[in-house]
Design a protein around this ligand. Sequence first.
Ligand code: SF4
Length: 374
Amino acid sequence: MWYFYSTNLSMTMGNISSILEQSSFSHSDLEQLLQYEGDEKLLLFRKGGDVKEMFVGNKVYFRGLIEFSNVCDKDCYYCGIRRSNLSVRRYNLTDSEILDAARFADENKFGSVVLQSGENSSQTFADRIGNLITQIKQLSNGRLGITLSVGEQTELVYRRWFEAGAHRYLLRIETTNPLLYRKIHPNDRLHNFSNRLDCLHSLKAIGYQTGTGVMIGLPFQTVSDLANDLLFFQQFGIDMVGMGPYIEHSETPLYAFRHELLPIQERFDLSLKMIAVLRILMKDINIAAATALQAIDPLGREKGIKVGANIIMPNITPGLYRNDYSLYENKPCVDEEPAQCKGCLDARIALANGEIGYGEWGDSIHFVNSKKKG
Ligand code: SF4
């Protein structure tokens, strides 16, 4: 069952307009915004798009996503590549395959790459990532920005990678409710909510542009949880957010609770509302239109761009391996090669009235502004 507060049917356009004009938002404002439907919802979406235009412009920045390995030490209950899923074909790209993908990103003026993999805290892994960062910087003459998305590591390792040239880090908190976190992860040392939070604080202190995100529409999640997630992003002063609908995977323990879920279309809609509300709440951050949106609606990412997102992460992992990085099922574009993927995105962004910021890093304005304030 989805634990929504009952929607007050007397909500009017007047209500939403007055909330949207506020300069700060309470938990209850956010809950209300997330529950609007019909014309009010469309007004919310329009406002999200307008705020984006005004504060970060209509450019959409690319982050070429290289999912270089699906080997993971962890066992998150929602994830298709969790350690205990023995039916996954595990892969690990060679360094030269990763560097080829980075070269493709540089030649096609993607501006940045994201190195993403399952979690691994070994010294060999830390050394490998450090070397890859150096080599990617070299092959692109410093042109490519580097985002890392390789999970929880020690502060020492984060610092070392930062010094090697990575400047953004994505570590999704998945939910900011510790009790819900406990329900969707094993209860052990490897899956500890406070460790994850500590990692986010370390990343910020080191100087990374720090990104996080949550899953939307998880079993047991309430609209109050989502409002708290938004307030967490604001209080933390996050620079980037990537969040999308929870999509169940049949080879995971959480699949047993699929009868608790909102219908998939409602999860999609709620994700768009989260993007629009977040844009209104944190006007100058970077927000990614998650690929999971496209898994539900073929125009999902474009819709995300229209309501407030400004980042897209085209998958430039060699097509051969794409199908094996399935955190959720029905992942889109798994059969395309990177060049096809790029051609497709050019047309898609134009459809969403966006302009691609080719060759630009597209750093978070929020990050730049907070640096200036010291
Ligand atoms: S969500 Fe990430 S850390 Fe958890 S099992 Fe999947 S790849 Fe590993």
